[in-house]
Design a protein around this ligand. Structure first.
Ligand SMILES: Nc1ncnc2c1ncn2[C@@H]1O[C@H](COP(=O)(O)OP(=O)(O)OP(=O)(O)O)[C@@H](O)[C@H]1O
Length: 276
């Protein structure tokens, strides 16, 4: 019998969210802009990894920003752990922010180049935990080891890491407060294939050890099929597919989904899935 999902199982609920970007400034006379998101509803269960795919401009990052509390939606609600993110009190919001972290695509611009790895990873700890210097050093060392780096790397600056290593530092910062949900916004896209594979397996390990939920925003359907339990596809601001397992997405008839699926090159060109 299918499991009945209770609201308590839900980490995140996006309810009928629509969004238009406003005017650029008071001189801008172009009026209301067309919606970039239209009536999006989706959920992420506790411990679930949801892949959010779509071509460029589909609205993925806008939805990611709304989920992170960075862009207030024109319409609709975002409930994180049952609380409406845009109506929560300041103190409730502080707690929600602790449980909701993000790893961006560009690992270099996500960090201050003048800070060491210890300072970068220590930032959220400074804000929320206020540990003694000895404890903070120990925790940072443990976090570095969890992401496959060495405690000695704590004193290095961003330019002394490779892209893959620096993304690990960013992941260590994201997991420092043991969050509930991490938004991974194209977090592996700028890495080479070897580092991509390593980071994907690191994310899978961290998820297993912390019971994390992920929103994995990507263009890469192959990566999404590797780590996600469920995949949602957006096209021109609309949610056009939302299903679990890899079979459903391969069989979907929606042109935008077929286009994504056809981007996975099979071994034999004659086996390619036609779309359009
Ligand atoms: N700050 C902004 N002001 C105005 N329009 C914006 C802004 N940010 C995004 N948009 C527009 O919203 C639409 C959706 O953009 P968004 O970045 O969410 O798409 P995306 O699916 O993440 O694309 P990509 O994969 O290229 O990052 C696009 O038409 C984009 O031009």
């Amino acid at each position: 019998m299918p499991r009945i999902r209770e609201d308590g199982d839900l980490m995140l609920q996006v309810r009928e969210v629509s969004h238009s970007y406003g005017k650029r400034n008071w001189l801008d006379r172009s009026g209301a802009r067309p919606p970039v998101l239209a009536n999006i509803s989706l959920v992420i269960e506790k411990g679930e990894c949801l892949g959010l795919l779509g071509t460029s401009g589909a609205g993925k990052s806008t939805l990611g920003k709304i989920i992170l509390g960075l862009e207030k939606p024109t319409e609709g609600q975002v409930l994180f752990q049952g609380q409406d993110m845009y109506r929560a009190s300041k103190s409730a919001m502080k707690g929600l922010r602790r449980d909701l972290q993000v790893v961006f695509q560009d690992c270099y611009s996500a960090v201050n180049p003048l800070m060491t790895a210890a300072q970068i990873i220590g930032e959220p700890l400074d804000n929320y935990e206020r540990l003694s210097a000895t404890d903070q050093r120990r925790v940072v060392g443990e976090l570095l080891e969890q992401v496959g780096l060495k405690p000695e790397d704590a004193s290095k600056y961003p330019h002394q890491f490779s892209g893959g290593q620096l993304q690990r530092v960013n992941i260590a910062r994201a997991i420092a407060l043991k969050p509930k949900l991490i938004v991974l916004d194209e977090s592996i896209s700028s890495l080479d294939m070897v580092h991509q594979t390593q980071i994907l397996s690191l994310l899978a390990e961290l998820r297993a050890s912390y019971g994390l939920s992920y929103l994995f925003i990507t263009h890469d359907i192959r990566a999404a099929m590797t780590i996600c339990d469920r995949i949602a596809v957006m096209d021109q601001g609309l949610l056009v597919y939302n299903g679990s397992g890899n079979e459903g997405i391969v069989q979907s008839e929606h042109p935008a989904v077929r286009q994504l699926v056809s981007s996975i090159l099979p071994e034999h060109p004659s086996d390619r899935i036609p779309f359009g």
